[in-house]
Design a protein around this ligand. Structure first.
Ligand code: F3S
Length: 65
């Protein structure tokens, strides 16, 4: 599984890195550091990735096969 963070969609709500700190980190302005990127989700982080997708109020996180 991979996940993508929409660069324009992230508004810095911070729920993703609070809920899944092993997958996401904050930049100096509170935006997630992987804006505009697609990353591979480690096998042990699938549930955290699903939780993060569900918690982002901007729906900026998308899980990909
Ligand atoms: Fe951004 Fe959504 Fe996380 S707005 S900081 S991707 S919770």
């Amino acid at each position: 599984m991979r996940l993508a963070v929409d660069a324009a969609g992230c508004m810095g709500h911070g729920r993703c890195y609070q809920m899944a700190p092993d997958l996401f980190a904050s930049d100096d302005e509170g935006f997630v550091t992987i804006r505009g990127q697609v990353i591979e989700v480690p096998a042990g982080q699938v549930e955290a990735a699903e939780d993060a997708e569900g918690t982002c109020p901007e729906q900026a996180i998308t899980l990909l096969p």
